[in-house]
Design a protein around this ligand. Structure first.
Ligand SMILES: NC(=O)c1ccc[n+]([C@@H]2O[C@H](COP(=O)([O-])OP(=O)(O)OC[C@H]3O[C@@H](n4cnc5c(N)ncnc54)[C@H](O)[C@@H]3O)[C@@H](O)[C@H]2O)c1
Length: 388
């Protein structure tokens, strides 16, 4: 296997995709900011996609966005409603900041449009429930934009757990973070409560939760003890050192660090922490502990959607403690972001199920919501996810 990987590392993308170009899909983009660029780049590579419309609240932003991306004749709208009221679309990418994820997604689903929704699913659990209900009523497809799902190393984590190699899982530690890395690439939409709603958890924490919860089949959370803080984001000195406006400290109204201790169904404890900034390199590797073995997943310079080094399984062979190393697997496909969009479009065309279903990600959101609520209350809370 190692030999095959060495040879594979020199190969160009050999995959030949069979795409039915006789049926073109009409696509619209809601929110023409930073991540919309990644969506449009991938849609442009697909022969069965016709990008027809886009919307952004900021006047002129959608027009400038399509021009920059070399697309002409795209109809631009001042918000998601006017676009969805005027256009006949097969699919939309919801690329707005977190606070408007729910309203844009629900409106699109109600209009009979399939939705690829950027992560995090929403800000609150209540919004996630409303999204799931709208999806169910509409009969349309909703996929949540967790591209690391398509990384071969992430798939390997799930395969290892499902193989039974680790036995029954009873404790998981996950999360990670950056020593300095509060994201303000094009303004303050990540750091203000009115646009982001959640900070480090909604940006990168949801990925690390998905990495382990997807591997173990997304058991429901029962209770959560949560903690959040903002010691870096609310400090003008942080922004000065980063050569950013010190006024950002006043605007900073989300968390830059969060921790949660979560009791999951099936007798599993989940220990989670995530940081946008800290006086530390990493709060620890991800570990999945089982009755027959444990898996260590080295932390990354959070979060590039992969693993930070070779994974290790600690287990026993003939009664001796041994370590099995899993070398990093290289992705020779068109990349995670392409695959996240392609899998969504394929599911629309083929009537398949959602590649990253809301029925799973609502649990991810319930944990984030539980941490926020528990942190505010200062004690453990019980999590209840209503029937959809
Ligand atoms: N998957 C990834 O790798 C990845 C990376 C970065 C960001 N994201 C996610 O993408 C989302 C957007 O992030 P961003 O950095 O692009 O933000 P951004 O602030 O650059 O862009 C968001 C845009 O949405 C527009 N908008 C908000 N509500 C709208 C509405 N109702 N109708 C039309 N336009 C609306 C805003 O005006 C803004 O221009 C966030 O939820 C973030 O978590 C995902």
């Amino acid at each position: 296997m190692a030999e095959k990987n060495i040879l594979d590392a020199f190969k160009e993308d050999q995959t030949v995709e069979k795409i039915d170009t006789t049926r073109k899909l009409k696509v619209g983009i809601i929110g023409c900011g930073w991540i919309a660029d990644a969506h449009i780049s991938e849609y442009k590579r697909m022969d069965d996609v016709e990008i027809v419309a886009g919307a952004d609240l900021i006047p002129g932003k959608a027009e400038a966005f399509f021009k920059k991306n070399g697309l002409e004749g795209i109809r631009c709208y001042p918000d998601h409603k006017s676009m969805l009221d005027s256009e006949e679309l097969d699919a939309v990418s919801v690329c707005t900041y977190n606070r408007t994820h729910a309203e844009c997604t629900i409106y699109a689903l109600k209009k009979g449009v399939n939705v690829l929704l950027e992560k995090p699913m929403s800000v609150t659990l209540e919004e996630a429930v409303e999204i799931c209900r709208a999806e169910k009523e509409s009969g349309k497809l909703l996929s949540i934009g967790f591209q690391p799902r398509f990384d071969p190393n992430m798939k390997m984590i799930k395969k290892i757990v499902e193989s039974g190699e680790l036995g029954d899982i009873y404790y998981i530690q996950t999360g990670g973070g950056r020593r300095r890395g509060i994201p303000t690439p094009f303004g303050t939409s990540f750091i203000e409560d009115k646009t982001a709603g959640v900070g480090a958890m909604g940006d990168i924490g949801c990925y690390s939760l998905d990495m382990v919860l997807n591997a173990i089949g997304y058991p429901k959370p029962l209770t959560v003890t949560g903690y959040t803080s903002a010691h870096f984001g609310q400090n003008p000195g942080y922004w000065k050192a980063e050569n950013k406006p010190t006024e950002y400290a006043d605007l900073f109204t989300v968390e830059d660090f969060a921790a949660g201790f979560v009791r999951l169904e099936g007798g599993i404890m989940l220990d989670f922490r995530i940081a946008w900034a800290m006086h530390l390199d990493t709060p620890g590797d991800t570990i999945i502990m089982g009755t027959k073995g444990s898996l260590r997943i080295p932390s990354t310079e959070c979060w590039n959607g992969s693993v930070g080094g070779a994974m290790k399984i600690y287990h026993e062979v003939c009664g001796e403690g041994v370590i099995t190393e899993i070398p990093i697997l290289h992705d020779h496909s068109r990349g995670c972001f392409y695959n996240k969009i392609r899998s969504f479009l394929n599911a629309i065309k083929e009537g398949g199920s959602s590649p990253v279903p809301s029925s799973q990600i609502i649990i991810n959101q319930a944990i984030i919501d539980g941490i926020v609520k528990s942190a505010k209350l200062g004690h453990e809370i019980t999590v209840e996810i209503p029937e959809i």
